[in-house]
Design a protein around this ligand. Structure first.
Ligand code: WT7
Length: 675
């Protein structure tokens, strides 16, 4: 039976359901889950992982990770108090598990393939070379005063240097916080201030879709308001010289001077590994904290099992390292498993819409992991952009970040995968560390239903909560998606704000982790994610808080009040729609004010956060207690005015007609402009 779990994801099409029919024999090259558990079948393993998590995770952790000191206790968790600890008493070093253990066995295997913006200019970095780079960078950080526990900001697009920077932090016990290089200098400054970063790593410039963009000057602006920053390390991505100031250190030159050996710092299982900021429904972005052993183990196990990734495979996740997908499935999971992982610097349409598939052919990618937004963009082009490239290396296709609609799923499965590769729709979050719900096509008889995130991973116990706050039982039901058991990859806290962690995740349903998403459980017991239940929106798979955008807009002196909601978009999934109230005297210069508002959002957050629509209204709909009724605004923006729902709490119902009229006018003008 164990062979089943090691099997390839073979499937065939049967109606709309893809069923596994064959599996690889015991001679599989895939490492066993654990020799102790090797005799168990996948369903038995799943049962064990939920019913006896200590046995399951204890044995997996002992077997798969290299420990400096063994752990004494598998877990100590109490979700009702927001307390989660795994592998207590144990010590390890994450960079050793991602690098040294592989260098011992296969030093010349490619760890990274840097798929640079210009096709055909990829750079391979072996495990030996990556260890050397990591050590030199780690020694550079050390000689500039970075110590265990210090925070390090990384404002770099994906590249071997950026990966080495993350691993260098892990090597010396520093805590990295990667800030997506598309965020504005103000957003960067906010994160550096909150984390009190000691140093920042950046590049002189970035390269994307044949264009260069500046990274050094946003950093220069940001660090002016960040007294904690002692050094800025500048890596030279292009030949253009960056003006160097007092704080600046040229990274490559500094690394040359350092030794290629750096002893790994022994880290407690529960020491911080990194923090990553993400948007919530209220307030500023939260610094989500992940720790060492549990996170690493969870990303490695999910990476292997969900994608059927085997040693020597080339894993192609196109995410940027500025997001959790890049952390877990570009860097930590694949490297812990000794895989070759691709770093994708370009875009899906550069130089043409065949870029992904040309890359698949050239690099021999075995698993391709991307976002529905890119699939929706690509399916608008002719299929020949896909068909002309050889995709026979592909075995698994993965989707992440937002719901994948049927059209996108079908195109991914039939056109890209030629109907022979399972599509795994993976549901998870920055906070969950790794994939929680996904199909598991390796199991005998396992089905994949199009566009469904499907089944909980080992150790994950989903519960759907009904309106009265109690679990809904049975199948064919919907509710608020909660997870009732702790798993090793769950975030441990929000940096310096444990109370907020408690309030956001554990308060709504005591004893349970609340995901913020709604879900449906099908008659067969499979899960489908129905979307966020809070004021978080998902633009091209990137999470944004509507409150964050409102805060940026509200800074404009001519704008007393705004409300931002999401509306559907055929490629981006969702986009922000802003309702804006202007001061009387500003109404005349409406166009100028709106332009300034766009600029405000771009400079306070990022360009992708700028609302696609602005509608100027006289007033916003409010309850008698003064709360803005965003639910109604969303219906108006989505043109679902036939059924506005319960309006009884509305203070002044006439405001609704007023806004509907303004919206109709706006739409007509929009149409005229298009024609
Ligand atoms: C939110 C988490 C997970 C890494 C990328 C995003 C939505 C994520 C799916 C999916 C439907 C999904 C959820 C979730 N989401 N994956 N397969 N189907 N929705 O991480 O920025 O932390 O966002 O993305 O709403 O809560 P994130």
């Amino acid at each position: 039976m164990a062979a089943l779990c090691r099997s390839l994801f073979h499937g065939f099409v049967k109606g709309n359901v893809y069923r596994q029919t064959s599996c690889r024999s015991g001679s599989s090259v895939r490492p066993p889950l654990s020799s102790m558990l090797a005799a168990a079948s996948c369903p038995e393993l799943r049962r064990l992982s939920v019913e006896e998590p200590e046995v399951f995770w204890g044995s997996v952790a002992r077997e798969r990770l290299r420990w400096i000191r063994p752990f004494q206790q598998v877990k100590d968790c109490d979700m009702s108090r927001g307390k989660v600890s795994w592998f207590l008493g144990g010590q390890l070093n994450v960079s050793v598990n991602c690098l040294d253990v592989h260098v011992e066995k296969h030093p010349e295997r490619a760890a990274l393939i840097w798929e640079r913006d210009e096709p055909g200019t990829e750079v391979k970095v072996t495990y030996r070379e990556l260890l050397e780079m990591t050590c030199r960078l780690a020694n550079t950080l050390k000689s500039h005063g970075v110590r265990k526990g210090d925070r390090v900001a990384i404002y770099m697009p994906v590249s071997p240097t950026a990966v080495a920077a993350m691993l260098a932090c892990a090597r010396i016990g520093a805590v990295h916080t990667v800030v997506f290089a598309g965020f504005s200098s103000e957003a960067l400054a906010g994160r550096i201030q909150d984390a009190e970063c000691k140093v920042v790593l950046t590049c002189n410039q970035g390269v994307r879709a044949g264009r260069l963009f500046d990274l050094k000057s946003p950093v220069d602006t940001a660090v002016k308001s960040c007294p904690s920053v002692q050094h800025v390390f500048v890596s030279q991505r292009t030949t253009s010289p960056a003006p160097m100031g007092k704080l600046d250190v040229q990274l490559e030159e500094a690394m040359e001077k350092e030794s290629a050996i750096c002893p790994p710092e022994p880290m407690d299982s529960e020491d911080m590994l990194f923090m990553l900021y993400t948007s919530g429904s209220t307030g500023k972005p939260k610094g989500i904290v992940h720790t060492q052993a549990g996170y690493l183990l969870y990303t490695a196990l999910t990476h292997q099992y969900v994608f059927d990734c085997q040693p020597g495979d080339v894993f192609g996740c196109v995410a940027d390292i500025g997001w959790i997908t890049g952390h877990s499935y570009v860097v930590y999971g694949p490297l812990c498993n000794g895989t070759t992982t691709m770093l994708f610097e370009s875009t899906p349409v550069y130089p043409d819409p065949g870029r992904y598939w040309e890359t698949v052919e050239r690099l021999g990618i075995n698993q391709f992991y991307g976002a529905p937004t890119a699939i929706r963009l690509l399916l608008k082009y002719d299929e020949s952009w896909v068909r002309k490239y050889n995709r026979s290396s592909l075995r698994t296709l993965g989707s992440v970040g937002e719901p994948i609609n049927h059209e996108a799923w079908d195109w991914f499965y039939n056109v890209v995968g030629d109907g022979r590769c399972p599509v795994v729709d993976t549901w998870w979050q920055t906070e969950t560390g790794g994939i929680c719900i996904a199909p598991r096509p390796a199991e005998q008889g396992a089905e994949i239903v199009p566009a469904m995130a499907m089944r909980p991973f080992f150790g994950i116990q989903p519960v759907l909560m009904g309106e009265e706050g109690r679990p809904v039982s049975g199948n064919d039901v919907s509710g608020a998606l909660c997870l009732s058991q702790p798993w090793p990859g769950i975030a441990r806290t929000i940096f310096r704000d444990h109370q907020r962690y408690m309030d956001v995740y554990f308060k709504a349903y005591p004893g349970h982790y609340f995901t913020g998403d709604g879900a449906y459980r099908s008659p067969e017991g499979y899960y489908q994610i129905t979307g966020r239940m809070d004021d978080v929106i998902n633009v091209s798979g990137h999470r944004l808080g509507t409150a964050e955008i409102e805060d940026a807009l509200d800074e404009h002196p001519a704008v007393p009040e705004t409300a931002v909601v999401s509306v559907s978009h055929d490629i981006k999934g969702e986009v922000p729609f802003a309702f804006v109230v202007l001061k009387d005297d500003a109404s005349l210069e409406q166009m100028a004010v709106l332009e300034e508002l766009r600029g405000l959002v771009a400079s306070k957050i990022a360009k992708y956060a700028v609302p696609n629509h602005f509608l100027v209204v006289k007033r916003l709909p409010k309850t008698r207690s003064g709360k803005i009724m965003r639910r109604i605004l969303r219906k108006i923006a989505m043109e679902q005015t036939d059924n506005l729902g319960d309006l009884s709490t509305l203070d002044d119902p006439s405001v609704i007609t007023e806004i509907i009229q303004a919206h109709t006018h706006y739409k007509n003008q929009h149409k005229k402009k298009k024609n």
